[in-house]
Structures are given as structure tokens and as C-alpha cells.
Design a protein around this ligand. Structure first.
Ligand code: F6R
Length: 613
């Protein structure tokens, strides 16, 4: 993970480096640092903890220099302290790094054999020392980097500046994303940027170029020279970025997570507008898919975390609406299990960031097996979006809060549209049922807005949840993955232990946990299996368990149970319920964490984009 940035500018760059890092903090926030060249001399400043600490230190003692690199870290090798913070430097150069150098131990031993001393526990310092040593042997900076790149194993992106070279920034991409941004040119002198993503560069540039796998680039005020993995000169296309799409402000909200929860009616509406032909009450994918649903033998889904739970909900939809057999796995397992994938199958990967290492590896595995691949992805310029045979984008806009909210509901929306298309193609869904489903889908933004009106009562309820040490979430059918998602959301931002279970599994073990101290959050719209869930609620109540029911008025009346609280949801078609019920689940986690004083947008140990396996 980690975010990297580099600037060759016309004026002092420290403030711009910090601004770019602020936009990359979603990639990690254990420590941060920058290095610049002041009159050709390398200077650096690093700080443990959030970027704010580094910014404060720079306010007290600014760094000059019109060229620099910066880094925000999610620790992999070595504790998150100042010594391990990037940039790592020698007398000759400073380097920032995203990813992992897998063979760093061997390289370090080799360099130590030459008497080189290391000050940090990181894999990155090995890169700094390795390139420096090549320069000691007489190579120029660019040649030294080029000579070292083939020796580095793993997935990484790197940015270098060199002592005495105030018009030279070198970047390299090998398995982790890296973009070049082109700034304004005045009197023939330009500004040029390097960054982990377009989001970081959006304030400074409207034109970017993504490096491709194995590329390395030499950046100067005159422009960029890009080499491919074999060293040959290559051109990579320039793309325009729409700065508006990269707005990252909280507006009137206290946290990005709150803003993103409340944005859901709008972004789900936007996503629906992209896929629904309102005039004909049917789903119309804007781009033709390079395979036929009717001919598919199987759908294999791979994703991580919340995106995996979206896939688990989709399994129910594809199986019931399209009678398409679905196999789903967390990507970190799928990639190493090496499942047999036949040529008539489709692999679907789901990812907000489009950079999750395990999901990307699963995609590549499926491609190597000759399968069709499809990605449901939120960042259209991401690696997954570029490598999948086809994409169906979620139009959630940038998601900054580490806990996924609006990306999840947009993933569900797109997946339901796809399942409907598959059902139509496979002859398992009548035109009339499609019309009903589309009618239900287009009510979803309104229903989500209605659901956010329960926020006041959820805030009160969250105080009860915050007292618990353990919380159980139960659900059946599509509410089962929603229970898993609810538990994940709560634990990742409040640090309360929570488990999601299929309600029917309760009696096979977890019922032993039930007592008055364990709130049991039951997700139960009044659907075909509601009665079964009521039986499970009875089992909980009989053991003194305190039930929090998230359901509709009809269900709450039919259950006739005493609950600790009932969050009454608007009536909706059971098929679209997961999208609508995402709202209370997210709000419970959010308000519990806020009440407990936790850092909701940047929970401990996490990062938004998981580019290491
Ligand atoms: C949880 C969360 C994570 C991500 C997971 C996959 O709230 O955000 O579990 O869903 O890391 O990330 P993407 O979707 O970017 O592949």
C-alpha cells in the first residue's frame, strides 16, 4: 500500500507534496515524509503518525526546494516509527516506495557484505543503498536505477531524486500503480508530477499518463521519457482527468464516512441511470459484453472484504434470477487455490479501488486460464479496470473513508443489474418480472433516503451497542452476507468484536455466546424466509439475548417479539432490500464508533487500498 508522490516544479514544492499526500492518505497513515533538494542538497523531514504531524513540523521549520518526493506509509516491514518512515536516503539519493521488495533480505546481506550499514528495518532502504552503490561504481542516476530494477523482486512503485540533480525525478512501476501528471508550461519550462494515482495529482494537472507494467520514467521540467521493461523508449497515452470527479471535501459532514453514507441515494441513482433504460423498463448495459450469459457454464467471483460480501449477495441473485451456478471466494484464497476454471466460465472480480493485490491476482489467474473476465470496479483508471476483458463501472465517485459504504451499495446495484441481464439472456426471467425488478430498483434511491431518516434513533441505539464487548449479526438469504458486512463495518471502525452468522447456523455453535451482554442485530426484511428468522429470534430471546431488529413494519408486527430496539425500514421488494438495508447497517457502525471517539475515517492498522497481498 502506501502512497507516493514526486514533483519537479518551478517554485517550492513542499506544500504541494503535502497536499498530494493528503489525497493519498487513504493508502496508509502510519507515518509520512518528504525529501527535497535545497540548492542541490538533499533534505528530508519525516514524522510518525498521521500526515498532520508532518505538516505541523514543516510549518514550524519549512523545507525549501523546487523538486521533491513524498510518502504516506502503511507499514509492512518495520514498525511505524520515524526511522522506518520514507523517504529513505543515502548521501546520493532519496527514494519513496509503495509495495514490497520480496528479496530484500538477500540484497541486504549482499550490501552488508560490502560494509554498508542500514538504519531502518524496511525493505525500501535496500533500494536506496543498491542504487547508491551502482552510482559509487560510476553509473549515472538513471543508469543506476535501470541496472537495479531487474534485481528487485515483488510488486512495487518507486520514486527517486538525486543529490545535485535538481531537474531529475525517476519513477518505476512494477506491480503497483504509478502515474505521471503534466503541469503548466511557462516560458518553455514545465512542471511535472509523479503519483500513485490520479486523485493525488488532480489539483495540479489535468493530463496524466499511466505507466504500464515494467515501465520506468525519467522526469524533468522538459517532460517525461518513458522506457519499457526492456529499456526501449515508449510512448504511453495521455488522458484528461476531470478535476471535479476528484473532489475530496467533507462538505457539511464531520467525517468522510458520514458524507459517503448520505451520498448513497445520489450515487446509486447515478449508477442506475447508467444501466436502466427507463423508457422500456429494462436493464440496458451501455457497452456490449464480450461473452454471452446464455452460454456460460459457471460464474466464479473473487473479491476481498466488503466487495466480497457484495459478491456473496450477488451469488443469491445470479442463482435465483439467472439459474447460473456461482462459486465465490475471497481473492486471497482463490488465487492460491488455483481452482479449475473452464473456458465456458466467467470470472467476475469486484473492487472499489481496482488495485487490491489479491483481486488483481485472481483476475490474472482467470485470464491465464483462458476465461472471460469482467470487473465491477469504481476507479475506472485502475489496474483491474485496465486488465479485465470488460468492466461494468460503479459510479460512486471517490470513496475516501476507509470503511467502504457508497462503493458497496453501488456494487450491489450494478451486480443486480447484471443478474437481471443474465436472467433475461438465459431465459429464466420473464419480461414482466424484469419490469417489476426494474420498477423496484428505481425506487431504491428514494428508499435509501428514507432509511437515512432513521439516523436519530440509530444514534441513540449506537450508545447501547458501544457498551458491548461482542455483537452478533444474523440474517438469512441475502441478509446473511449483509450480516457479515454489518459485523465487518462495526469491528473495523469501533474495534468491538462482531460476528456475522447465517441465522440458521445459530444453534450450531454461536448460540452459546448469547447472554444479556451480547446485542444480536437481526437483519430481516419481511421476505419469504422471514418466519424462519423469527424462529431464530425466539431462540435468542429465550436465552435472554437482546435483539435489535432491522426490518419493516410488517415484519416487526408479525414477529411480535420484545426487542431492545427496532429500526423500521421502508417497505421494499425483497430483491432490492440488501441495497436499502446497507444504510442502517453502516449508520449503526458509524455512530457507535463516533460515540466511542474512534477515528472513523482512518481506523487503526487499516488502509483504503490494499496493494500488498
Ligand atoms: C471494508 C473495506 C474493505 C475493502 C477491501 C477490498 O469496509 O473497505 O474490506 O472492501 O479491502 O477493497 P477493494 O474494493 O478496493 O478491492
Amino acid at each position: 500500500m502506501c502512497g507516493i508522490v514526486g514533483i519537479v516544479g518551478r517554485a517550492f514544492v513542499a506544500d504541494h507534496l503535502i497536499e498530494a499526500l493528503r489525497r493519498l492518505e487513504y493508502r496508509g497513515y502510519d507515518s509520512a515524509g518528504i525529501a527535497t533538494l535545497e540548492r542541490g542538497r538533499l533534505v528530508r523531514r519525516r514524522a510518525e503518525g498521521k500526515l498532520a504531524n508532518l505538516a505541523m513540523s514543516l510549518r514550524d521549520e519549512p523545507l525549501g526546494g523546487s523538486i521533491g518526493i513524498g510518502h504516506t506509509r502503511w507499514a509492512t516491514h518495520g514498525r511505524p516509527n520515524e526511522t522506518n518512515a520514507h523517504p529513505h536516503a543515502t548521501a546520493r539519493l532519496a527514494v519513496v516506495h509503495n509495495g514490497i521488495i520480496e528479496n530484500f533480505r538477500e540484497l541486504k546481506a549482499e550490501l552488508q557484505g560490502f560494509g554498508i550499514r542500514f538504519e531502518s528495518e524496511t525493505d525500501t532502504e535496500v533500494v536506496a543503498q543498491l542504487v547508491s552503490r551502482e552510482m559509487d561504481q560510476g553509473l549515472g542516476p538513471e543508469e543506476a536505477v535501470a541496472a537495479c530494477l531487474p534485481r528487485l523482486h515483488g510488486a512495487f512503485a518507486l520514486g527517486f531524486i538525486f543529490s545535485g540533480y535538481d531537474d531529475l525525478l525517476v519513477g518505476a512501476r512494477h506491480g503497483a500503480p504509478l502515474a505521471i501528471g503534466f503541469g503548466e508550461v511557462e516560458a518553455g519550462i514545465g512542471e511535472i508530477y509523479l503519483g500513485s494515482d490520479a486523485l493525488a495529482l488532480a489539483p495540479f494537472t489535468e493530463e496524466i499518463t499511466y505507466l504500464e507494467e515494467g515501465d520506468w520514467a525519467v522526469l524533468s521540467r522538459a517532460g517525461a521519457v518513458i522506457h519499457d521493461i526492456d529499456g526501449g523508449l515508449v510512448e504511453r497515452p495521455r488522458q484528461r482527468i476531470v478535476a471535479q470527479a476528484y473532489q475530496v471535501e467533507k462538505g457539511n459532514h464531520r467525517h468522510f464516512m458520514a458524507k459517503e453514507i448520505h451520498e448513497q441515494p445520489e450515487v446509486v441513482g447515478r449508477t442506475l441511470a447508467h444501466y436502466v433504460d427507463l423508457a422500456r423498463s429494462r436493464i440496458a448495459l451501455p457497452d456490449a459484453l464480450p461473452f454471452e450469459f446464455a452460454r456460460l457454464s459457471r460464474l466464479s467471483i473473487a473479491a476481498c472484504g466488503t466487495a466480497y460480501y457484495a459478491g456473496l449477495v450477488a451469488k443469491y441473485w445470479f442463482e435465483t434470477l439467472a439459474r447460473l451456478p456461482v462459486e465465490i471466494d475471497v481473492a486471497s484464497e482463490a488465487r492460491y487455490r488455483e481452482p479449475p476454471l473452464d473456458r465456458d466460465g466467467l470470472t467476475l472480480v469486484i473492487s472499489q479501488s481496482g488495485e487490491t493485490a489479491d483481486t488483481l491476482a485472481s483476475l490474472r489467474y482467470a485470464k491465464a486460464q483462458g476465461q472471460h473476465t469482467l470487473a465491477v470496479v469504481n476507479v475506472p483508471t485502475s489496474t483491474i479496470a485496465r486488465e479485465a476483458s470488460a468492466i461494468v463501472p460503479t459510479l460512486a465517485g471517490p470513496e475516501i473513508g476507509v470503511a467502504s459504504t457508497k462503493a458497496f451499495s453501488c456494487q450491489l446495484t450494478v451486480l443486480l443489474c447484471l443478474a437481471i441481464v443474465a436472467g433475461r439472456a438465459r431465459g429464466t426471467l420473464s419480461a414482466e418480472r424484469e419490469r417489476e425488478l426494474v420498477d423496484a430498483l428505481i425506487t431504491v434511491p428514494g428508499l435509501m433516503a428514507e432509511a437515512t431518516k432513521r439516523e436519530g434513533e440509530i444514534e441513540v441505539l449506537a450508545r447501547e451497542v458501544s457498551k458491548a464487548r461482542d455483537v452478533l449479526y444474523l440474517g438469512r438469504g441475502t441478509s446473511y452476507p449483509m450480516a457479515l458486512e454489518g459485523a465487518l463495518k462495526l469491528k473495523e471502525i469501533s474495534y468491538i468484536h462482531a460476528e456475522g452468522y447465517a441465522a440458521g447456523e445459530l444453534k450450531h455453535g454461536p448460540i452459546a455466546l448469547i447472554d444479556e451482554s451480547v446485542p444480536v442485530i437481526v437483519i430481516a426484511p419481511h421476505d419469504a424466509i422471514f418466519e424462519k428468522t423469527v424462529s431464530n429470534m425466539q431462540e435468542v430471546a429465550a436465552r435472554g439475548g437482546r435483539i435489535i431488529l432491522i426490518g419493516d413494519a410488517k415484519g416487526a408486527a408479525a414477529a411480535g417479539l420484545e426487542t431492545l430496539a427496532t429500526v423500521t425500514m421502508p417497505d421494499c421488494d425483497a430483491v432490492v432490500a440488501p441495497i436499502v438495508y446497507a444504510v442502517p447497517i453502516q449508520l449503526i457502525a458509524y455512530h457507535t464508533a463516533v460515540f466511542m471517539g474512534k477515528d472513523v475515517d482512518q481506523p487503526r492498522n487499516l488502509a483504503k487500498s490494499v496493494t500488498v497481498e
